[in-house]
Ligand binder design. Structure first.
Ligand code: BGP
Length: 489
């Protein structure tokens, strides 16, 4: 079994998890800059100061954030570590990182652009040339190595100025700023980039770090998301006009959802839960709110602030392809207290040390579900294993568990393509090199094929080193996936 020659193999990162250089190149501050490190036990936090000078922390875990109290202004506290400031210093290591990726045989690199590098406050008249040049040089370098860019325009962060002055995505002003930002990116990179993602994990974003909203209640959340839908549709329309042949997706955090039992109540709850997450991509892919929106908004007490003309905007900018992350599956029952990526335990599956169930067949399941549902090409833009790696005395990193995880998932992807008839454009694994974890802010939750010598507090030489999985992945790509079916896999 092989993938087609046109298949895109690559890696994916997000700016605040890799770049660092947070005060360099004219970059403005971004919402993630105020997020501390954390762990499973101690969630990350947005640090702030109240008008009376007292300091505070609001839990900022991605899927379940806390609101900032009225009057709170994000600030840096001396005793806190903020991973995005340095991240893994891709800002100074990008040449080396790209060369290493090319060594694996990647022909695509998915990265996100940091909005505040291009527009430091989000609303300048002119973009920051130094920021544009940074990404341009990266793309030049990628092209030298035969790699094309897959650009995420908005990966869970926005200029702090828009968050503080407009409550981020609560405001329609942010839509205008986003469209202007897109215009600049299209103008500069349009001829060199075929695949764009308007937003990352649209069904998982909530709260300050990802949406710039100070509140997290359902009303605020769905209004913010509605504004993101409009922004995405406008970007798609504009992109098609300005860049003939360009294609747009928006990234969806997928997990295969299974009903806990065949008890009709569990099965029905499972259907509702699926719709609660599909909702986001349904709107963006089809260009209109689905009929079941009524049920979701009723149960969640939401009245959407729609304006005349909004429906038309959505209709004019549906996505061209469906892109998603896949790490795990979830079990749903009437008792499940779950957000998009958590559910009841599944006794049939092993879990990672971070409690994520490992389920390769679930990937084949979601590929089929998406293709049935949308009949549009698919693109897996994140999949990988967060694990603790050990550098052996001889300097090697024997990450057989990562090889196993990826091999099992890739085989299921190939079955979906070859046996089930699913059209899948590519696979960008998370992540080419170790980077800061989004959910916990840790470095020890490593995803890379390339090891980065740095610990949870940013200490280390930042030296890059190839893991065993690096060489393995190179073999997979060079055989178009055929090597996955050899006895050694
Ligand atoms: C996705 C995000 C990424 C990424 C990944 C792994 O939700 O798009 O930014 O980090 O998940 O999650 P984590 O870093 O929490 O292990």
């Amino acid at each position: 079994m092989r993938v087609p020659d046109s298949f895109l193999w690559g890696g994916a990162t997000a700016s605040f998890q890799v770049e660092g250089g947070y005060q360099e190149g004219g970059r403005g501050l971004s919402t993630h800059d105020y997020e501390t490190d954390g762990s499973v036990e101690e969630p990350r936090a947005i640090t702030y100061r109240m008008p009376d000078g007292t300091a505070g922390r609001a839990r900022s875990s991605f899927f379940n954030p806390e609101e900032l109290p009225d009057g709170a202004v994000p600030c840096f506290l001396e005793d806190c570590y903020y991973p995005s400031h340095k991240a893994v210093d891709h800002y100074h290591h990008w040449k080396e990182d790209i060369a290493l990726m090319a060594g694996i045989g990647f022909n695509v690199y998915r990265f996100s652009i940091c909005w505040s590098r291009i527009f430091p406050t989000g609303q300048e008249e002119q973009p920051n040339e130094e920021g544009l040049r940074f990404y341009e040089e990266m793309i030049d370098e990628m092209e030298k190595h035969g790699m094309e860019p897959l650009i995420t325009i908005h990966h869970d962060e926005l200029p702090i100025y828009l968050a503080e002055n407009y409550d981020g995505w609560s405001s329609r002003h942010t839509i205008d700023c986003y469209v202007k930002y897109c215009e600049v990116l299209f103008e500069r990179f349009g001829k060199r980039c075929r695949y764009w993602l308007t937003f990352n994990e649209i069904n998982a974003v909530r709260g300050y770090a990802a949406c710039g909203t100070h509140k997290c209640d359902n009303q605020t959340h769905y209004n913010a998301v509605h504004n993101m839908f409009l922004a995405s549709a406008k970007a798609v329309k504009l992109g098609h006009e300005r860049m003939p042949g360009s294609t747009f997706g928006a990234m969806y955090a997928s997990s295969a959802l299974y009903p806990a039992t065949c008890r009709p109540e569990d099965v029905f709850r499972h259907m509702q839960k699926r719709r609660e997450t599909y909702f986001f991509i349904d709107v963006m892919a089809r260009g209109y709110y689905p009929s079941y929106t009524k049920d979701i908004f009723n149960r969640r007490g939401v009245t959407l602030k729609k304006e005349p003309g909004d429906d038309q905007i959505l209709l004019e900018g549906p996505l061209d392809y469906i892109s998603f992350s896949y790490y795990r599956s979830n079990v749903i029952s009437t008792e499940t207290v779950s957000n998009v990526i958590s559910g009841d335990p599944n006794p049939y599956l092993e879990m990672t040390p971070w409690g994520w169930p490992v389920d390769p067949i679930g990937l084949r399941f979601v590929l089929n579900e998406f293709y049935d549902r949308y009949q549009k090409p698919l693109f897996i833009v994140e999949n990988g294993l967060g694990a603790m790696d050990k550098v052996e005395e001889d300097g090697t990193i024997q990450d057989d568990y990562r090889i196993q995880y990826m091999a099992d998932h890739l085989r299921e992807m190939m079955k979906a393509m070859n046996e089930d008839g699913v059209e899948c454009l590519g696979y960008t694994m998370w992540a080419p090199m170790d980077l800061v974890s989004l959910s916990t802010g840790e470095m020890k939750k490593r995803y890379g094929l390339i090891y980065v010598d740095m610990d949870d507090k940013g200490r280390g030489t930042l030296a890059r080193k190839k893991k065993k999985s690096y060489h393995w992945m190179k073999g997979v790509i060079s055989t178009g996936g055929e090597s996955l079916w050899d006895s050694e896999g």
